[in-house]
Ligand binder design. Structure first.
Ligand SMILES: Cc1cc2ncn([C@H]3O[C@H](COP(=O)(O)O)[C@@H](O)[C@H]3O)c2cc1C
Ligand SMILES: O=C(O)c1cccnc1
Length: 384
């Protein structure tokens, strides 16, 4: 799938920059739909396998979903699934909206690099590789992960824009380049993860803006904040939302106003994965907020995404409804890092194996459904 040439870019969300500069908008290629023929073949193949029709429930749907995205039936096991964790600090964290201090971001980046984070354990379980990129960590990080760094900490979005226009452009472009790099290196499944103290506040603001909800409908407990922090967080979302609502029609300006370099890069990454016809498993509320903006940047991008899980964050459910996605898992998780998405990967792998490895009724010499069943006649109808 990585060899398919990209079509010419046609979508220009910010043809007229709202900041009065002559900076160009960001252009993404056309998102083409998954393969209809592979989809039909996978549905038909399921019907011939040695099980009552439909008896593997959503596992059947997941196998069909993969076949249509790979453009082949039966689907292949993923060769190189990759998690890219986008790290960045947020100025709003100094307003007491998180249960943890900003220093934890850089410390957790180090933990991911040395393999000690939840995402490392879960990715190892799923056979996925993990990469972390520093988009806006408040401090210095290893040069190998800071090549795309846009700034140290994004602005405090309750009182100022999270990014300048130039930085928003750079961050989205970096995310797009990272998706290209991964796909060109053979990645056949992509997962975005987040690491950044305070990042559930911009995520909630973006979701409220794009779903036209009030702060109380999107605010969550994040890392586990108490009631006083919840009130500060809700007020911060309210203040940021006043400005965000005015720019909701321009995804790039929205990211600059109320996102951050990490979330902007994730949006570019998710949009480009779809342009490159590479399936994605979405994570929780932070990745979900970026996904909503990515759908605005590259309309139709959602066709290439499945929802790995339902995060307990209220905003995550609003994202699922808005994008019309049904999560694979519902495990009361609320971590981020891509943890919910990569937890779903073994289930998706199981769905691939079912469709690829099960015998058909003919191969196993097992009697298929009765003629009435095969014709779709229910037992009640048949008795009449
Ligand atoms: C040790 C630790 C590991 C994490 N891994 C992901 N997050 C997650 O929690 C943070 C967002 O929640 P809030 O908006 O309340 O700060 C982000 O760092 C996110 O990646 C973590 C948070 C902590 C403390
Ligand atoms: O759902 C998420 O992505 C999430 C939830 C809590 C903290 N950080 C991320």
């Amino acid at each position: 799938m990585s060899t398919v040439p990209d079509p010419q870019p046609v979508h220009t969300p910010s043809a007229e920059p709202a900041d009065g500069t002559d900076r160009p908008g960001i252009e993404f290629g056309v998102v083409r739909p998954p393969d209809e023929q592979a989809h039909r073949q996978a549905v038909a193949r399921h019907d011939g396998l040695t099980k009552p029709a439909g008896s593997l429930g959503r596992l059947e749907e997941l196998g069909v979903w993969v076949a249509a995205r790979q453009g082949t039936c039966p689907p292949r096991p993923f060769d190189r699934p990759r998690v890219v964790v986008f790290a960045g600090d947020h100025g709003i964290a100094t307003n007491g909206v998180s249960a943890y201090p900003s220093e934890v971001t850089a410390q957790m980046v180090e933990n991911i690099l040395t393999g000690g984070a939840a995402v490392n354990a879960l990715a190892a379980n799923a056979g996925a590789g993990v990469r972390v990129v520093d988009m806006a960590v408040d401090g210095e990080t290893n040069r190998t992960i800071s090549a795309h760094k846009v700034r140290k900490s994004s602005g405090s979005l309750n009182v100022e824009d999270a990014l300048t226009a130039q930085q928003a452009h750079e961050a989205v472009t970096a995310g797009r380049a990272l998706a290209d790099e991964e796909v060109d290196s053979g990645a056949d499944l992509l997962i975005a993860g987040d690491m950044g103290i305070g990042n559930t506040t911009p995520a909630a603001t973006l979701i409220a803006a794009l779903t036209e909800n009030e702060p109380v409908a999107v605010v969550g407990r994040g890392t586990g904040i108490d009631d006083a922090a919840w009130m500060r967080k809700t007020a911060a979302i309210r203040d940021a939302l006043r400005r965000a609502r005015k720019v909701v029609d321009d995804p790039l300006v929205l990211l600059r106003t109320a996102g951050g370099a990490d979330i902007a890069a994730m949006a570019g990454f998710l949009a480009q994965a779809s342009v490159r016809r590479t399936p994605v498993i979405l994570d929780g509320v932070v990745v979900g907020s970026a996904a909503m903006v990515a759908e605005e940047l590259a309309p139709g991008a959602t066709q290439w995404w499945m929802a790995g899980h339902r995060s307990v964050e209220p905003g995550a459910t609003l994202v699922l409804e808005h994008l019309d996605l049904r999560p694979v898992l519902d495990l009361d998780m609320r971590l981020g890092e891509g943890s919910g998405a990569v937890s779903a990967l073994p289930v998706v792998n199981a769905a691939i194996r079912v469709l690829a490895e099960m015998a058909s009724f003919a191969e196993a010499g097992i009697a298929g459904p009765t003629a009435d069943e095969a014709a779709g006649v229910s037992p009640t109808d048949a008795a009449d």
